[in-house]
Each structure stands twice: as structure tokens, then as C-alpha cells.
Design a protein around this ligand. Structure first.
Ligand SMILES: [Zn+2]
Length: 511
């Protein structure tokens, strides 16, 4: 591994290397070619989207000594090399976060009058310019009103709304957009190849999603994850290092919300925490997922940036949940993000969000008993679980799915070799809206499908081909292994009392 941080060694040195933001680099290159570079630019956009990188490229290009303007910056001439090595005297970078005062700007105004020492242009990059004080802005404005011929100002900000209109009107403005997951993952893939590392594509996509559209953050995350260059960067490794829950866990939680099944949801949360997921991350991932479902419901899945399989998942879930339940869940988990910070039990915020999300019209929280632990006789009368189909408008029942299961398996075999063999041992138990509840005969088969979203997407696809309905799946384990012990509910459990506070009726249901 290089000693320098990856994101520094992979900072683009030429316009060609910039990912995304083509609208900006094209305009700047045209200006360079026709020698019509402006005296003031204002770059706005989220962090890590290439604002200062572009500013440095511009500084280098206007001072580059290469005879062909199209080849500037050449990265070979004395000026380019000096900029790349951070010792070019006419590139002045000011962090407005630490130089907020009017004196700093006065100083700048005095110095800007002097001609450049080495290059053609003095380039001032003022980062986070919105942090300037009012008087600092006034002083800057005076300079921008009458800039010396040899000066170029590039102001960069993540908060364009805080930049005074008088400043904006003096600048050519460029808005930098967030990078897409694909753009970031592509870039990471190139870095991985060039650094002779080994990574799975889904792992890189997970890093990209975590980076939230920031190239710098994503590359830094990659850097953090690589400790041993020979180790494969797998999805599992990334999830472990980042403390993110697996996609399967997030998905299972959302499915529990859709099925209004608090017990499954609580188990998903518990198991994710047991596997080292960070509660806050988990809440964020759940909000992201629910937001995608909302988008699919309101505008169609085409708008969502995701793989084909994920889009069909979101579409299926969007069809299976009502708008008000979805909004309630989104709000609850969004609030939970703040609640998971600190606190003596950050996981509780997640659990409360879940309970808040599943209180349905009839205000019932279904509580399943824990797996066998003690020989305590039941004190509550076990109620039968709701096993009847509630298929909604499409009218397809569990029996109908089981009748045509061979057909589903045949279609599955077109996409996958192993899934149909294993799926032979699953049966539809009931259909709830667009959720098909599949039960595995035994744990071995269950474990071969349940943790793998890609295998489940094959089933979803086959079901869609046979029934023309975008189903989502809920997998569970049938048979003896899954029957819960009859033990009393612990009414001191904070969750149950929270449920009761929400006005829920608490009742015990055995699977
Ligand atoms: Zn050059």
C-alpha cells in the first residue's frame, strides 16, 4: 500500500480524470481553449464532489506552459509540477473556516495587487467561503468588483444559500452534484485494479453507498478497509468494518414493517446488533430503503438508482404497503437516527421505531415467544397466528403458489443452478398483500437461501413470471426447529411496555 492516503494519491491531475461533473469540466476547458477564463468562479455542492480538485486543475491549467491549450494542464511543465508538489507560489488556498475575519481579507486585498511571482495568474481558492463574516464578505466583494488582470478567484462552498447575493452575482457559478453509486464504484474499481488489490463489486458498491456520493469519503473508506493488500475485499468484510447491517437484514426489517410483524422485526434488529451492526447506521440504512420504497410508490422504480433486482424489490414492497404505514415507518426510523446517538441503549431507539411503525389500524402488536429456554408453563393462552391469506387485489393465494411451484422452480433454473434445488424444500404458507411467506422444511435449506438477497431475487423473478405480480418474500423456518417454547411474556420488558404506551394490545402468538 502507498504511504500516502489513497484519496490524495488518487486525486485527479487532469480534467480527463475527473469523474462526473462533465458539464463543468467542459465549460472550463472551452474557456481555457479560447483564453476566456473568468476572474471569479463560485463552486457549490456537497462535500467530496470535486470542487477544490477542479479549482486546482484550473489553477494549474491557466499557468501551464504547454503550447497546446487543449493539453493543459500537462503535468510535465515546471508550473504543473510545482502545483502538484504543493509549492507553486501563485496558488493561494484559504480555508474560510479558519480565516473568517476582515483582516485576513484586507491582507488578501493588499497582496492580490502584486503581480504573480512565477506564473501567469495568481489563483486564490477560498474554501468554505460561506464561513466568512459579513465584513470579510464586504472586503472580498470590493476585490471581486475590480479584480486585477492577473488574479482568478475560485470560491467553494457546501452551503450556497449562505453566500451573499452580491458575491454570487460577481461569479460564474457551477453546481457540483453528488456522484452516483455507479460512478463512485467504477472509480473504486479502477483504484483497486491499479493498486493490485482484490475486491468484489458489491463490496465497492456498499462503500460507495456509505460514502453518500462523496468521492473523497468513499476512497477514504476503502483505505480504512484495506489492512492487508492480499485480502479479498468482500461485502462481508466491508459490512463488518463499517458496522453496517447487511442488505438482507435491512430488507428483512422492512418486510417485517410491511407485514406489521413486530416480533420478526425485533429479531432482525437483535441479530443485526449481535453481528456488530451500528444502531445508527442500521437506522440510516432502513430510512434509505424506506425512502426508495416511497419513491417507487409515488414515481415508479425507474427513478431509483439501484440494480434491476433491487428495483423490482422496491416495486414489490411499494405495492405491498399502504402510503400512511410507509410514511409512519419513515418518520419513526428517521427520528430513531437521532435517538441512537449516545444513550445507555442505542438499540432501543430502533426497537421503538419498529414498534411505532407496526401499530396497525387495530393497534395490535403481535409478540412471539422466545425460542425454548426454560420449562416454564404458559401463563397466557396461546392464540393461533393469522395464517390465512390476505392477498389483496391480485387474489393469488398460498395454495395457488404451491400448485404452480414446479413451474416456478423451472423458471428459476433458467437463472440459477442451485436455488431451484433448495427451493424444492420451501412451501408458501400464506400471502399477505404482495408478501409471500415461504417456509423452509429445515434449517439447512433455510440457511442456504435466507442470507442471500441475490438468491431471493431469483425467486421473486420467477414468481413474477408465473403470476405477473411483483411479490416480495418473507422466509421462515418451519417444522420443529421453529416452534417456540411456551413461556410467559416478560411484562417488565421495556419494549412491551413501550408497545403498551402506544396503545397496543399485547398478545402472545406462537408460530
Ligand atoms: Zn503544464
Amino acid at each position: 500500500m502507498p504511504e500516502q492516503a489513497l484519496y490524495l494519491s488518487w486525486r485527479p491531475l487532469a480534467f480527463d480524470e475527473m469523474v462526473g461533473q462533465e458539464h463543468i469540466t467542459r465549460t472550463l476547458r472551452n474557456a481555457l481553449r479560447s483564453d476566456r477564463v473568468r476572474h471569479a468562479y463560485l463552486f457549490s455542492g456537497p462535500r467530496g464532489t470535486g470542487k477544490t480538485t477542479t479549482a486546482r486543475l484550473l489553477a494549474k491549467a491557466v499557468n501551464c506552459l504547454h503550447p497546446d491549450p487543449d493539453r493543459r494542464p500537462c503535468n510535465e511543465c515546471a508550473a504543473c509540477i510545482a502545483v502538484n508538489e504543493g509549492r507553486f507560489l501563485d496558488l493561494i488556498e484559504i480555508d474560510a473556516a479558519t480565516h473568517t475575519g476582515v483582516d485576513d481579507v484586507r491582507d488578501l486585498r493588499e497582496k492580490v495587487a502584486f503581480s504573480p511571482g512565477e506564473g501567469r495568474f495568481k489563483v486564490y481558492i477560498i474554501d468554505e467561503v460561506h464561513r466568512f463574516s459579513g465584513s470579510a464578505f464586504d472586503a472580498l466583494l470590493k476585490t471581486l468588483e475590480e479584480p486585477p488582470e492577473h488574479a482568478i478567484f475560485v470560491l467553494a462552498t457546501t452551503e450556497i444559500d449562505k453566500v451573499p447575493a452580491t458575491i454570487k452575482s460577481r461569479c460564474l457559478q457551477f453546481e457540483f452534484r453528488r456522484f452516483s453509486v455507479t460512478e463512485v464504484a467504477d472509480r473504486l474499481e479502477r483504484i483497486v485494479e491499479a493498486e493490485a488489490l482484490h475486491a468484489e463489486r458489491p463490496a465497492l458498491e456498499r462503500i460507495a453507498r456509505q460514502g453518500g456520493g462523496s468521492m473523497r469519503d468513499s476512497i477514504s473508506l476503502l483505505d480504512q478497509i484495506v489492512t492487508d493488500p492480499t485480502e479479498l475485499i468482500s461485502l462481508e468484510l466491508v459490512e463488518r468494518v463499517l458496522g453496517t447491517a447487511s442488505d438482507a437484514a435491512v430488507r428483512a426489517l422492512v418486510e417485517a414493517v410491511i407485514a406489521q410483524d413486530a416480533a420478526s422485526g425485533l429479531r432482525v434488529i437483535q441479530s443485526a446488533m449481535d453481528h456488530g451492526s451500528d444502531p445508527r447506521q442500521f437506522a440510516q440504512q432502513t430510512v434509505e430503503h424506506l425512502r426508495a420504497v416511497l419513491l417507487a410508490q409515488m414515481a415508479g422504480p425507474e427513478l431509483i438508482e439501484a440494480s434491476e433486482a433491487d428495483r423490482s424489490l422496491y416495486a414489490g414492497q411499494a405495492a405491498a404497503i399502504g402510503r400512511s404505514s410507509l410514511l409512519r415507518a419513515l418518520r419513526a426510523f428517521n427520528d430513531a437516527i437521532a435517538g441512537t446517538r449516545g444513550g445507555w441503549q442505542p438499540q432501543l431507539a430502533l426497537e421503538l421505531a419498529l414498534v411505532g411503525s407496526v401499530r396497525g389500524a387495530e393497534e395490535v402488536v403481535t409478540v412471539y415467544a422466545a425460542p425454548p429456554a426454560a420449562h416454564t408453563p404458559a401463563t397466557a393462552e396461546p392464540l393461533p397466528p393469522a395464517l390465512a391469506d390476505h392477498p389483496g387485489p391480485h387474489g393469488i393465494t398460498a395454495a395457488a403458489i404451491n400448485d404452480r411451484w414446479d413451474e416456478v422452480l423451472r423458471i428459476m433454473s433458467r437463472f440459477s443452478k442451485t436455488s431451484p434445488d433448495v427451493m424444492k424444500y420451501f412451501r408458501a404458507q400464506r400471502v399477505e398483500g404482495n408478501v409471500v411467506y415461504l417456509v423452509a422444511e429445515n434449517e439447512t435449506y433455510f440457511k442456504r437461501i435466507n442470507p442471500y438477497p441475490e438468491k431471493q431475487s431469483v425467486i421473486v423473478r420467477a414468481l413474477r413470471e408465473v403470476f405477473r405480480v411483483p411479490f416480495t418474500l418473507h422466509l421462515s423456518l418451519g417444522g420443529a426447529a421453529a416452534s417456540p417454547a411456551e413461556q410467559p411474556l416478560d411484562l417488565n420488558d421495556p419494549l412491551l411496555s413501550a408497545g403498551a404506551e402506544y396503545g397496543a394490545e399485547i398478545r402472545r402468538v406462537d408460530q
